[in-house]
Design a protein around this ligand. Structure first.
Ligand SMILES: Cc1cc2nc3c(=O)[nH]c(=O)nc-3n(C[C@H](O)[C@H](O)[C@H](O)COP(=O)(O)O)c2cc1C
Length: 171
């Protein structure tokens, strides 16, 4: 797809048709995350692919926002691997790094005809514990992915984009 079509036509998909995602498509999606920029190229993010029956049952019990997707990606970062600003205490890159990788994957998925939804509505720490992730890893988002159902449409919120003039300032 044309890059502009990918970014303009993508919408959050919350209805999936149940078809599994082919290995090569999943690989292309994950690979798009691998090449994402991170602070000092430290790459503190991890993506956990949840697609076993047991894993899906667990994640579905933790969040009502997995929408029956055949694959759920759980994005984390390791707080010990992230960049820390030497200029100001408390400014770290983990959330940004993981978000850029996730955005790459979201757009790569759309490019493959696969829908996704960014999900923050899940218990972050309890999810890490449920999957036995290391204590130093912080969960940032879930991303259910799959082929959109035939009736999948953008939600009304999708249309509520602010005008550029409200978002951009000249200083
Ligand atoms: C940081 C973030 C958190 C979100 N959390 C959720 C969520 O928990 N559940 C959900 O259904 N959608 C969630 N969304 C999807 C947004 O509601 C959606 O992106 C927004 O309404 C714009 O619609 P669009 O993605 O179709 O353009 C989230 C999106 C972002 C960027």
């Amino acid at each position: 797809m044309e890059f502009n079509d990918v970014i303009r036509e993508r919408f959050s998909v919350r209805q999936f048709d149940g078809r599994p995602i082919e290995e090569e498509k999943l690989h292309a999606i994950l690979e798009a995350g691998r090449v994402a920029p991170t602070a000092r190229n430290l790459q503190p993010w991890r993506v956990n692919v949840i697609r076993s029956a047991e894993g899906l049952e667990k994640i579905r019990s933790l969040s009502r926002c997995t929408f029956g997707a055949p694959v759920v990606l759980l994005f984390t970062y390791d707080e010990n691997e992230q960049w820390r600003s030497p200029l100001e205490e408390g400014f770290t890159s983990g959330h940004e790094d993981v978000s850029i990788a996730a955005t790459h994957m979201m757009l790569a998925a759309w490019n493959e005809g696969i829908g996704s939804c960014w999900v923050n509505l899940f218990p972050n720490s309890a999810t890490c514990e449920a999957f036995g992730l290391p204590k130093s890893e912080k969960a940032v988002l879930l991303m259910p992915i799959g082929y959109p159902a035939a009736n999948a449409r953008p939600a009304p919120l999708h249309e509520e984009s602010k005008e550029l003039g409200e978002l951009v300032r000249e200083l």
